[in-house]
Design a protein around this ligand. Structure first.
Ligand code: FES
Length: 118
């Protein structure tokens, strides 16, 4: 499906240091945006386990570890890293333009359990 993105300006890239995350609420969506050195990625901020703030998690490679109980999520797909966990989080399109991070909060995508198992 071809659709126009609804890009929303979030913040300057300098406001999110490498290997760290920040939360921002856009409309009714609470996002966690991470700096992975070479790019920025955005997921929903709420851990599907018990609602932990994923923006405060430890970033390791391209995954984040929830600060409450240690579930780990891939920041590109949103899938829980351990195959035994069916949970996943929504991932949002993210790009940088002229030093500003832009996110489309209306185009979040959550992989299916079949995709996660593949
Ligand atoms: S709330 Fe995230 S692992 Fe428990």
């Amino acid at each position: 499906m071809n659709r126009e993105h609804n890009w929303t300006k979030i913040t300057a890239v300098a406001n999110i240091p490498p290997q760290e995350g920040r939360s921002v609420t856009v409309g009714e969506v609470e996002l966690a945006i991470f700096n992975l050195h070479d790019r920025f990625v955005t997921i929903e901020n709420r851990c599907p386990h018990k609602g932990g703030p994923l923006c405060d998690g430890i970033v390791s490679g391209t995954s984040v570890v929830c600060p409450l109980h240690g579930w780990r999520f891939d920041l590109d797909s949103g899938a829980a890293v351990r195959a035994s966990l069916p949970a996943c989080v929504t991932v949002f399109p993210t790009r940088v333009e002229e030093g500003i991070i832009l996110v489309d909060p209306s185009a979040g995508r959550r992989i299916t359990s079949e995709e996660a198992a593949a």
